[in-house]
Design a protein around this ligand. Sequence first.
Ligand SMILES: [Fe+2]
Length: 273
Amino acid sequence: MDHETSTGHVTRKTVLRAALAAGMAAPAVLMGVPALARTLTAGEAAPALTPECDDGDDPTPQQTEGPYFKPNSPLRSSLLEAGTTGVRLTVSGYVFGLACRPISGVLLDFWQADVNGAYDNTGFRFRGHQFTDAAGAFKLTTIVPGLYPGRTRHIHVKVQAPGRPVLTTQLYFPGEPRNNTDTIFDPRLLMTVRDAGGAREAAFDFVLNVPQDPGPTPTPTPTGVPGGTWAAGTGYRAGDAVTYGGLGYVCLQAHTAQAGWEPPNVPALWRTA
Ligand SMILES: [Fe+2]
């Protein structure tokens, strides 16, 4: 992204930051605020840990469906059933279009392994679909999925805006040892996860390839080739500092840089300096 684009981000985030500073930081209030706000904490320069809906050219990456999808899952936002074991997990977030405007009525169909790493291929345990609300928000209540051979920890999901193609992808957990060896893993799909009294609260925002009227905030047109000291193929360690697109970034997790994982694209790997 070039400097003009960055300026656009700052402007939009500044508005949201001002809203937070005005006392809107309560989670209940944030339900009505686009999730970009949750990437910032009032009064501190918190690293942006959720995918940013920014200049409209970075939709959520797609991933393999895998062998265990089943159609016709039940309509339910909680996958918990009587006797369900496992660490409780909520995954909440928003679905945006290319202009960062939330989309209501988006179908999200989740499926995942149980605490032992097994999928239910005869019934519908740990399968369910729901729709984003009028604010473009969703919330899944489930458990932390178990591990199974060959994969890191993940949740599958299909996301479809009304009348649009299906995005099939997977969501990942930070700090999982197998994230480093799973060839399907993509850090752009890392959720933000925090402990909450023995449970986990995760957040993730989807950006769908859905054209939108950008509205009153003009979308700057990138005009240059981004550059800086960041380079694909480089092995970075936590704490390493780079520049990219005129901004400084600090590495949050060790990784080998790849095209598409530029610092502004992967908030799980880089925070602004
Ligand atoms: Fe899977």
